[in-house]
Ligand binder design. Structure first.
Ligand code: GDP
Length: 448
């Protein structure tokens, strides 16, 4: 899978960062140096890497640490955000002409990039959206290409327009457009001829097609397996004929994947889709944020970081972390932590999201998410509220007679009080471990 190696390297860098309680500027610099190496090895364009590291460094050094995050997590957050930005931030849809007007899309790319396959894949996507695409065989040099388009078009249930190999591609495009008008097609996709390398004839031919018909979208298909070349090809095509977007194929293969990270920065044009296999259904819309999580290989950690930023009440989190560190966690905090955890999707899910914490307590983490547990939780609340102030702040006071009194007060069985106290003690043990595992600084504000 693309990015496996990059992902592994980045995760190692971040693991080291997370294990440090406090980060100096040198720690950040050293980590970013490793990130830089990892990106270069993944075939990300050199200039792109340089700019990326500079941006991350500027943001990371001197930035306030958000409550609920430690400095290591803060660096991951910044790297994640910058990766998303590098890939264009937003998902870009192919712009279609308004109403029932015909949109003409010209597919371009080198031979073997996956153009013909992708043309058919794309037609399938449009068909699913209720459009009526027409595929046009403009590759007159390889009869096999015409046949391939016809076979794929048939598989997709999409009409293919062909005039054999005796006409000029520009004339075929023109005739296809007229056919589409008569036939009620609202999207015309031109499958053009590639060459093994960028050459003048290929560019001239694409230009001729553009002069013969109104092309609304020029989409370049590049092969991820060709690494940096894919980006250079994209740059040349954009310079010569102007492209509107890029589809990167073969990201399912054993590629280093750098093209996906560099295309937008080098051409200014977005990646629209990625090819994830040979089957005609293997075309995925490109989501910069999902791709970044995939690259960082820690989608769950990122979700946690986002949630910590959004949901945790700053002051409460700060106080709680202080208490955790001092192991002064009491029943009042237990109640409070449960309501905070609930906001974050349940204690168990939070624990499972944190690498290394998922298995704590033998995987028997209380789960606060289900309806049944909602009820348990309100009983728990009743029990804690039946305690005296001293009992709440000093859990060790709870002897059998006090527990009986609490059970009566909350209207529950004594066994339930025992169970709750046991769970509380387990949670307290875990909370003591937590600050250390998260880097030791928890919600404290500070600078790197
Ligand atoms: P063209 O010369 O640019 O039209 O390229 P083709 O469409 O003929 O594709 C060349 C080869 O790449 C074919 O064997 C395709 O099945 C394969 N291919 C295309 N897209 C993908 C992809 O996303 N993943 C994989 N694994 N193979 C692909």
């Amino acid at each position: 899978m693309a990015f496996d190696s990059l992902s592994e390297k980045l995760q190692n860098v971040f693991k080291n960062l997370r294990s440090k309680g406090r980060l100096t500027e040198d720690d950040v610099k050293a980590a970013l140096k490793e990130v830089k190496m990892a990106l270069l090895e993944a075939d990300v364009n050199f200039k792109v890497v340089k700019g990326f590291i500079k941006d991350v460094q500027e943001r990371a050094v001197g930035q306030d640490v958000m409550n609920g995050l430690n400095p290591g997590q803060m660096v991951i957050k910044i790297v994640n955000e910058e990766l998303i930005r590098l890939m264009g931030s937003e998902t870009t849809e192919i712009t279609l002409q308004p109403g029932s007007a015909i949109t003409v899309i010209m597919m371009a790319g080198l031979q073997g990039a996956g153009k013909t396959t992708t043309t058919a894949k794309l037609a399938g996507k449009f068909k699913l959206k209720g459009k009526k695409p027409l595929l046009v065989a403009c590759d007159v040099y390889r009869p096999a290409a015409i046949k391939q388009l016809q076979i794929n078009g048939e598989k997709q249930g999409v009409e293919v327009f062909s005039m054999g190999d005796k006409n000029k591609p520009a004339d075929i495009a023109k005739a296809a457009y007229e056919h589409a008008v008569k036939n009620g097609n609202n999207i015309v996709i031109l499958d053009t001829a590639g060459r093994l390398h960028i050459d003048q004839d290929m560019m001239a031919e694409l230009q001729e097609i553009k002069e013969a018909v109104m092309v609304h979208q020029t989409i370049l298909v590049v092969d991820a397996m060709t690494g940096q070349d894919a980006v250079n090809v994209a740059g040349s095509f954009h310079e010569k004929i102007g492209i509107d977007g890029v589809i990167i194929t073969k990201l399912d293969g054993d590629t280093r994947g750098g093209a996906a990270l560099s295309i937008k920065a080098v051409t200014g044009r977005p990646v629209l889709y990625v090819g994830m296999g040979e089957k005609l259904s293997d075309l995925e819309q490109f989501y910069p944020d999902r791709m970044a999580s995939r690259i960082l290989g820690m989608g769950d950690v990122l979700t946690l970081i986002e949630k910590a930023g959004e949901e945790l009440d700053e002051e409460k989190a700060k106080k709680m972390t202080e208490k955790m560190k001092k192991a002064q966690f009491d029943f009042d905090d237990y109640l409070e932590s449960m309501s905070q955890m609930k906001k974050m999707g349940g204690l168990s899910s939070v624990m499972n999201m944190m690498p290394g914490l998922g298995g704590i307590g033998g995987g028997k983490m209380p789960d606060f998410d289900s309806e049944e547990n909602e009820k348990k939780m309100s009983r728990m609340e009743a029990m804690i509220q039946s305690m005296t102030v001293e009992e709440r702040s000093n859990p060790d006071l709870l002897n059998p007679s006090r527990k009986h009194r609490i059970a009566r007060g909350a209207g529950v069985d004594i066994s339930e009080v025992n169970r709750m106290v046991k769970q509380f003690n387990e949670a307290r043990k875990m909370m003591k471990k937590l600050p250390g595992m998260m880097g030791g600084r928890g919600g404290k504000k500070g600078k790197f």
